[in-house]
Design a protein around this ligand. Structure first.
Ligand SMILES: Nc1nc2c(ncn2[C@@H]2O[C@H](COP(=O)(O)OP(=O)(O)OP(=O)(O)O)[C@@H](O)[C@H]2O)c(=O)[nH]1
Ligand SMILES: [Mg+2]
Length: 385
């Protein structure tokens, strides 16, 4: 049995959503979330056996992202995103708060409790696979718990994992098994690109065997609305749109260069000995003058294809203005190429971290002057590794 024309119309009026991004389907406007040509939408729905069948259909944007890795820009409704998140504060829910271990400073949410109220938080440090293999999970978990505490967030527990590895769904469910039955809703929250949907896909795979149900991508802002996944008879896991942090590096470069910001394997940390008067270029994304008077050593953690070019402080400005986008690639979008400079002092065993790009660990104290796009966030913290 297939559905009648009237049943299809009824489903459309009730509102059905794209399984990939959570947006409500519509056929009136491309460039608005949930677009799918009316003919395709109706013919899919009419092929269902019952109005209660699950709807495994993708909007045009998700289809292109999944099959061609191509992004179609849509109008984001930040107010809508904020409403979804603030609604958590009125509920009794468990919150899985994901942060990116490769960008902890850039992926922590300012004033998280504004969104989630007093609900309990399990902190999930994702993308552990990017950190050097020698790093211990326990050590990172303790460090991350402290960082969260510095931000005023008390956590029930901290879990460290790699969402895109096959066993992460099972691992997470085991880690939170004591809490699952207490809650009807488990919300997964975090800024864009921390891997929320990747993790939920692994949970779906664990419970149903189905792979890659929700759309994931390296473009920030992939999930556009809530996506509810039944976990047990009583409990649902809910994916949410990421909070957009426009102070992360992704907002200053062309989308074709996002691969430089999202390592897909272990970063090869490099230790540099720097004598007086040296500058280090972070490809064409900015540079740092090291103002030390005697030799110092720093370790750099960046995506393996970001070239760290060594130069002299006195030539740096000229080199950047003549070579950004040529010898120094990738670079920042033209409108951000007027870099802002700022002097700070680092102590030994501190990191200088650039939001969404990577960090330097200082083994000796040193003053630096960095030249980075205006509005890009940075942080100084106790060394992560
Ligand atoms: N190396 C690595 N990459 C990961 C991991 N988890 C997710 N990613 C990558 O991170 C990017 C973002 O993943 P998503 O799951 O779409 O992130 P999201 O938090 O749902 O993003 P929004 O929907 O935009 O809020 C994708 O390119 C993923 O492949 C991980 O454990 N390790
Ligand atoms: Mg997502």
């Amino acid at each position: 049995m297939t559905l009648s024309e009237d049943q299809v119309t009824q489903l459309l009026n009730d509102g059905i959503v794209c399984i990939g991004c959570g947006a409500r389907f519509q056929s009136t406007k491309r460039g608005v979330p949930g677009y799918l040509n009316e003919h395709k939408l109706r013919s899919y729905l009419s092929s269902l056996n019952s109005v209660d069948d699950p709807i495994n259909l993708l909007c045009e944007r998700c289809f292109k992202l999944k099959n061609y890795n191509q992004i179609e820009p849509v109008a984001f409704d930040s107010d809508h995103f904020q409403k979804i998140l603030t609604s958590i504060s009125d509920k009794k829910a468990l919150v899985l708060y994901l942060v990116d271990l490769f960008d902890v400073g850039g992926s922590m949410i300012n004033g998280l409790t504004r969104f989630i109220g007093n609900n309990p938080v399990v902190l999930v440090g994702n993308k552990f696979d990017i950190l050097p293999k020698s790093v211990k999970k326990n050590k990172i978990a303790n460090w991350l718990t402290k960082e969260a505490k510095n931000e005023g967030i008390k956590v029930l527990k901290t879990v460290v994992l790699s969402a895109d590895k096959g066993d992460s769904g099972q691992y997470l469910l085991e880690e939170i098994s004591d809490y699952i039955d207490e809650y009807e809703e488990i919300f997964v929250v975090g800024v864009t690109n921390v891997g929320k949907s990747t993790l939920i896909n692994q949970i779906i795979k664990q419970i149903s065997g189905r792979g890659s149900v929700i759309t994931t991508s390296r473009f920030p802002g992939t999930t556009l609305d809530k996506i509810e996944i039944p976990l047990t008879e009583k409990t649902r896991v809910i994916d949410t749109p990421g909070i957009i942090h426009d102070s992360q590096m992704a907002h200053f470069i062309d989308s074709k260069d996002f691969k430089y910001l999202l390592p897909n394997k272990e970063v090869k940390a490099g230790t540099l000995q720097l004598s007086k008067g040296q500058a280090i270029f972070l490809a064409g994304l900015g540079w740092i003058d090291f103002l030390n008077k005697s030799k110092i050593s720093v370790t750099a953690y960046f995506e393996n294809n970001i070239e760290l070019h060594r130069g002299k402080i006195e030539n740096a400005e000229k080199l950047f203005s003549s070579q950004a986008g040529r010898l120094l690639k990738p670079t920042v979008l033209k409108e951000y190429r007027e870099l802002e400079k700022k002097e700070i002092k680092l102590k030994a065993n501190q990191d200088f971290a650039i939001a969404g790009l990577g960090w330097f660990t200082f083994h000796d104290s040193a003053p630096i002057c960095f030249h980075l796009p205006k509005g890009l966030a940075f942080s100084v913290r106790q060394a992560e590794i």
